[in-house]
Design a protein around this ligand. Sequence first.
Ligand code: PRX
Length: 659
Amino acid sequence: MDNKNIESALHETRQFPPAPAFAAAAHPNVGELAALHAAAERDHVGFWADQARSALQWHKPFTQTLDESDAPNYRWFADGQLNVSVNCTDVHLAQHGDKAALIFEAEQGAVRRLSYRELHAEVCRFANALRNLGIGRGDRVILYLPLVPEAIIAMQACARIGAIHSVVFGGFSALSLRDRIEDAGARLLITADGGHRGGNVIELKAACDKALSEGGASIEQVIVLQHTAHDVPMQAGRDLWWHDVVSGQPDHCEPEWVGAEHPLFLLYTSGSTGKPKGIQHSSGGYLLGAKLTAQWVFDLKPADVFWCTADVGWITGHSYVAYGPLANAATVVLYEGGPTWPDAGRFWRIIQDHRVSIFYTAPTALRALMKLGDHIPQQYDLSSLRLLGSVGEPINPEAWMWYRSVIGQDRCPIVDTWWQTETGSILISPVPGVTATKPGSCTRPLPGIVADIVDDEGHSVTTPDTGGYLVIRKPWPAMLRTIWNDNERYVSTYWERFQNRYYVAGDSANRDADGYFWIMGRIDDVLNVAGHRLGTMEIESALVAHLRVAEAAVVGRPHEIKGEAVFAYVVCRGERPTGDTREFVEELRKWVGEQLGAIAKPDEIRFTDNLPKTRSGKIMRRLLRTIARGEEITQDISTLENPGIVEQLRGDDGSGKGR
Ligand code: PRX
């Protein structure tokens, strides 16, 4: 990274302290937060030990808090034993057994409520069913489900028996699903006949059949939830209905006590090279992070109704739908469908109908909803809201202000939460009853999180508003443990850049004079499209897998709603397509969608005779980015083999222009 080129473009000066009434009732309040910070600064490891002892129920207490002997493969609370599902359900039965754990709204409108007692019973039944099929400790189970209560039940049931779940987002293609099955070596696949999205049926079972017909040989059985109730073929001996496997199962289930380091789940995420990374999270440390941050950042109170709109296919849906809120005995809203189905008021109507008090969503959704006009949210009663959250990408101040004034009616604090699949839980965020917020800043690190910004040499950047690498200087309990099957990649991706001294997040950031962090974006070749990470390499590999494509380079371009758009330069085998290329462009987009999933489809494709490369043969991505953005070229292009290519890349020669 060329540090000199990273300059803070934003100069936001507005500040919003929490309203006195909110601050007075909040936990942590000013004093409590200061005490937490002070304790963590005094004794980092001791702080986390205290938190782990008081926040979680241990079957066997731990005696060693942090084991650094294999750094950067840190281990937390390793000789302690617990069960995550017990900590999310059993522990609440006495006091909160009748409280709603899940309020589920189907896209077609049906509402289903599960109390903690009912959730516990369903988890136990399904866990017993899994054990009956021979699934147990350490087995990998892939979940490919719509956002329905059974997705949470299946995750919790895996946790109960010590199986390792890996949720694959239902929007991913059959081939992506197959790759994840194979990398994880999963024995069991749990899916549904289909899901609902925007009035359409998503053919989940069909995608599973395709994935398994083209590989995925480790899968022995498939459990199919009947949800859309359309006809799907069932393969005898392999496919089983969910309702059949749970039928007759008892509603109690002895938990498997696992060591705190036992993997709770794998979640695949994009990296800068082609293959997705199986991010491995632990049981004890992960749950601690999810539980504490849900308290600290969302100020959870017994009467709150918490709605995080993320799908369980993403980390946000793990930490702030399936685990964190449940560990706090909160009431969680689940909504299966699209934000504008059947009309643009759907989200706001859900908030009104279920009296949602805490709403947590992504800037991409906010920008899309904002575009539809203020009059839509204004038709609904949003008075139940008291706190708003944002996650997944930088939120532009305009969307932040809209969120505050139109949705929060200037009453609700906004928590802009920075974190990653790898960090397990929120690391940098306002604490809503304490922090004065600034539109577009995730403000300061939470207690026990030692975040910093460093320059190319790894020195702390102390000059305000100067960019650098965002790093975390000390290990924290919820951090990833490794990349499944590839510890070398774990070390090289997150640690090697600064000789294993600190965790390198892959984001650039700057700090203002008040010590507030401002995230500037990714520094690796990873795009952030609609709040989801996409590796440019993955999309390039998908394009090159097409018969007619010889070479491809993918870059990001700012996009009004999605944050970043996917822009692909494509070199074809044989002649460069000219004239009307729309049909071929559509074919390539569809192809990428089939390979990776719809979110990866290029928004624009431009055909060129060759790609601009450096003398050492590296694609000049910065040049391609500049061109994709329509900016003036300031890079040195004298080393280009064929300088005329720039016109082609720009599309200025009038040919080969995609959509
Ligand atoms: O670039 C940062 C951006 O999303 C990346 C992590 O993506 P993922 O692992 O998919 O997790 C998303 C949900 C936690 C980060 O490296 N990002 C996430 N939250 C923010 C953000 N960028 C700016 N502000 C945020 N609040």
